[in-house]
Write a protein that binds this ligand. Structure first.
Ligand code: UN1
Length: 494
């Protein structure tokens, strides 16, 4: 290990630095932010450097300086480093998963599971780095060797959310590095520790200085400085539509390549012929796991009216049975929201939702919440598809039930939102399933499984306002993190 991420420690609380040009350093601002456990806010995980624009500029300087040597490194060598990093992370999955739970608030099974997902992503891109990166074409000139090759874009800015604090950084970082780019990484201010752990693993795996630079700090300082620096050649962002759209404007104005993954208002359609036990279990998992804080979460259960009563009863029974509590404890299904602000916002939105739908379950802070940012699993019935609840992403443990008559209306309702990330249908009828797959406006479509979840080997991204058309993960990531060079190679005249 080159250095330590803990640059100091006061009263037993560790202070973590920025990682710039291969070294852990304090922010030039001298400022730092406390990071607290959302289930028990008196538990402080550490303090983290709160960088300013100047630090972002230094990080970009380092990424620019490292860029050509890293681009020339053999993809096999890059693969080896990613693979070593995956092994380091795998050996610490339990410990980092626990920290993830303390930092973000998802359950321990989810925290450890997500860390293992980051391991799988690093492994996948270690393999992907070794795949062909061009094509050979016939030419009008029989002597011409005509082919394409893909080259790195250069310096990429990665701006990541708190809800998947290690998997999403890994799924942007691994392909960025595999295909030869250098990185300036700004994680969400709420979850810097997971970002530190990922960068430590890459550093220990032998990544050269300057190839990845971590700048913790606020969006207005660090994020803007990255987005507005003309030396940054591409930006990959996951987060809210509000921030994503600002990035699109700013980066678009200077011609930077941009990839945006934003919100969802994902539907799960339950047809009359569905296996109800399975369908309802999946709808609840999709809506409530990770406390509903996934862009792929199910927020609308679109239910055929012929079995509306039965499905609604089952949804309410399952929602009521969920065990909300400290996500580090055994048997807990649902942890807190990530922050006090998030819990307050969700509770406000629930109040607004109650103006036009029936609040059938939850709706407040559960008993015994203490200082934790808990919100009870909440279910609304009789939701009007065009209402606030039917249209807006709440990003919390809130499900709205929308009754419909038959498949055509179900699909029309599913499509009647400005988002289009993921969508599910539950049915035994192959014809209905195929019609849904064809007609639904979503980038990720599930038949008989929940709307959340993503495997690393396939493209991930949405239609309409959920994404910016480019896709992440799988082979699609190579398209984003590289550019194509077409080569006409003629022999000199004999
Ligand atoms: C998943 O559903 O497991 O930010 C992944 C998000 C998405 C990732 C979802 N980009 O929630």
């Amino acid at each position: 290990m080159q250095g330590t991420s803990r640059i100091s420690s006061a009263n037993g609380v560790p202070e973590y630095g920025l990682f710039i040009n291969g070294e852990w350093v304090a922010a030039s601002t001298g400022a730092s932010t406390e990071n607290r456990n959302p289930a028990r806010p008196d538990d402080v995980l550490g303090t983290f450097a709160a960088a300013g624009a100047e630090d972002a500029t230094r990080a970009i300087d380092a990424a620019v300086a490292a860029r050509s040597a890293w681009a020339r490194t053999s993809p096999i060598e890059r693969a080896n480093i990613l693979y070593r990093a995956s092994e380091i992370l795998a050996s610490r999955a339990e410990e980092i998963g626990r920290e993830l739970t303390r930092e973000e608030g998802k359950t321990l099974a989810e925290g450890i599971g997500e860390t293992k997902r980051a391991v799988a992503i690093l492994r996948y891109y270690a393999g992907e780095a070794q795949q062909p990166d061009g094509e050979h074409y016939p030419s009008a000139n029989p002597h011409t060797l005509l082919y394409t090759t893909r080259e790195p874009i250069g310096v990429v800015g990665l701006i990541t959310p708190w809800n998947f604090p290690i998997a999403i950084p890994a799924w942007k970082m691994a392909p960025a590095l595999a295909f030869g780019n250098t990185v300036v990484f700004k994680p969400a201010t709420l979850t810097p520790l997971c970002a530190v752990r990922l960068v430590e693993a890459l550093d220990e795996a032998g990544l050269p200085p300057g190839v990845v630079n971590l700048v913790t700090g606020g969006g207005g300082d660090v994020g803007d400085a990255i987005v507005n620096d003309e030396r940054v050649d591409a930006i990959s962002f996951t987060g809210s539509n509000a921030v994503g759209n600002r990035i699109k404007q700013a980066a678009g104005a200077r011609g930077t390549k941009v990839q945006l993954e934003m919100g969802g208002k994902n539907p799960a359609i339950v047809m009359a012929d569905a296996d109800l036990d399975h369908a309802v279990a999946q709808v609840i998992a999709g809506a409530m796991n990770s406390t509903g804080q996934k862009c792929t979460a199910t927020s609308r259960a679109i239910v055929d009216r012929t079995l509306l009563g039965e499905v609604t009863d089952r949804i309410l029974t399952r929602a009521a049975a969920l065990n909300v509590g400290d996500p580090q404890a055994d048997g807990v299904n649902i942890g807190p929201l990530v922050s006090a602000e998030a819990a307050d916002r969700v509770l406000r939105d629930i109040g607004k939702g109650a103006e036009s739908a029936t609040l059938a379950q939850g709706g407040g802070r559960p008993d015994g919440s203490g200082d934790g940012h808990f919100v009870a699993p909440t279910v609304f019935t009789d939701v009007d598809p065009s209402s606030f609840l039917g249209q807006e992403e709440l990003f919390g443990p809130v499900l709205g039930v929308i009754p419909v008559d038959g498949l055509d209306e179900a699909v029309a309702v599913a499509n009647q939102v400005r988002f289009g990330l993921s969508a599910s249908i539950f049915t035994r009828d192959i014809g209905k399933a195929l019609a849904f797959v064809r007609e639904v406006q979503a980038g990720i479509v599930h038949v008989n499984s929940e709307t959340a979840g993503a495997e690393p080997q396939v493209p991930f991204g949405g239609y309409k306002g959920s994404s910016s058309y480019s896709r992440e993960q799988g082979k699609a990531a190579r398209e984003f993190f590289t550019q194509v060079k077409t080569v006409y190679f003629d022999p000199p005249p004999a």
